[in-house]
Structures are given as C-alpha cells and as structure tokens.
Ligand binder design. Structure first.
Ligand code: TMP
Length: 208
C-alpha cells in the first residue's frame, strides 16, 4: 500500500508520518518511510540544490523539473520495488506537492504540471493521501519560532504564496477521491487516531 502525506510547511505532517510508521511496525507490517524531495542518493543531491537559499536565481521551470527528476528516480529505485515486495510505503510529500506548490503556488499551468507528474510517476499513484490542513497563520506562527538560518529556499516564501498553495491543495482534494482532509489544528494524538481509522476503513473497503 502506498500512503502519502501532504500539507503546507509546518503543518505537522512529519510527526504524523513517524507515528504512522511506528503504528504499522507494531502491527508487524513491513514499512518503508521516505521523504520528498530525496530518498535515493541522486534524489538527495537534487534536494540539496532545490532547498539551498543560495540558489535564489532558480527559475520556476527548473524548479518543477528538479522536483520531478528527484521523484522519477525515487519511484523507480525505491517505491516500486518495495511496493512489489509487499511493503507499506509512506512518503512525506509526493506529486501533489508539485501540483500545489509549483502549479497553484508558482503559477505553472496545471495541465503542464499534470503532464510532468505523469512522466515522473506514471501509474505509481498513492492509494491514500492524508492532507494535514492548517491555516497559513498557524504555519507562519510556527515558522516564526525558528531561526531564519534554519529556513530553506521554499520556506522563506511569502504568506500569499502559501495561501495559493493551501487553496491549491483544497482544490486537489475536491478532485481526488484518495484525499483525506484532516484538521491540522487538532492535537497530535487526535490526528493520529483519525489517520489510523481512515486507514482501517480503506483496507476494509479494499477487501470487499
Ligand atoms: P519538506 O520541508 O517537507 O521536507 O519539503 C521541502 C520543501 O519543498 C517544502 O517547502 C515543500 C517543497 N516542495 C515543493 O515545492 N514541490 C514538491 O514537489 C515537493 C516534494 C516539495
């Protein structure tokens, strides 16, 4: 089963990814946890280029192609072989991030984004996607707790960019049945319980 997590920066998804990983391991499942961009030697090198603040000259077209190159490698080198081997693959971000950030956020036409996504992932589409939704104001408050030096090239983006990314995600959620929108302002345990309940429900439906 292929599970992805999405959301704007500082939504708390990485915490939930780890909780879900532990939950599945405790149930005796084989789990591969990955994060995007990254997850293979080549993809991690691309991540460094993408998030380096020194690369402020990067065009939005280079940006989308680099995210997608990182993903194309990850899909073929890790995700597909592990899924074939019966693993639960959990990814902290996947192609919906590209649609939300580079499409809705940066303004690359959605049709072009879809085509690029198709090349990168082909038929490796997640079974279920948890979108941890928080208002941009909550993200900004959490961001302000960090030292500016800790923020990467994307995280230093302005609030109005994040408003576009968030509404982009909500748009995708309306179109994609695999999306589960979760209120990210709930506490950590509540969110985790919603996620595991949704997963149980999904697996029951799959068995029918
Ligand atoms: P992370 O902070 O969740 O590790 O993600 C890295 C940053 O890259 C985050 O600000 C979201 C951004 N991003 C995109 O803009 N497009 C993408 O396709 C992905 C995977 C991430």
């Amino acid at each position: 089963m292929f599970i992805t997590f999405e959301g704007i920066d500082f939504c708390g998804k990485s915490t939930q990814v780890e909780l879900l990983q532990n939950y599945l391991i405790n149930k005796g499942k084989k789990v591969l946890l990955i994060r995007e961009p990254g997850g293979t030697e080549i993809s991690e090198k691309i991540r460094t280029i993408l998030l380096d603040k020194k690369n402020y000259k990067m065009s939005i077209e280079s940006e989308i192609l680099l995210f997608s190159a990182s993903r194309a490698q990850l899909v073929r080198e890790k995700i597909r072989p592990f899924l074939d081997d019966g693993y639960y693959v959990i990814s902290d971000r996947f192609h919906d991030s590209t649609t939300a950030y580079q499409g809705y956020g940066r303004g690359i036409p959605i049709e072009s984004v879809m085509n690029i996504n198709k090349v990168a992932i082909d038929n490796t589409v997640p079974d279920i996607t948890f979108f941890i939704d928080i208002p941009v104001s909550v993200s900004v408050n959490r961001k302000n707790l960090k030292h500016p030096n800790e923020l990467d090239r994307i995280e230093i983006s302005k609030d109005h960019f994040y408003e576009k990314v968030r509404s982009g995600y909500l748009q995708i959620a309306l179109q994609e049945k695999r999306f589960r929108v979760i209120d990210g302002t709930l506490n950590i345990a509540e969110i985790h319980n919603i996620i595991t309940s949704e997963l149980i429900l999904f697996e029951k439906k799959e068995l029918v």
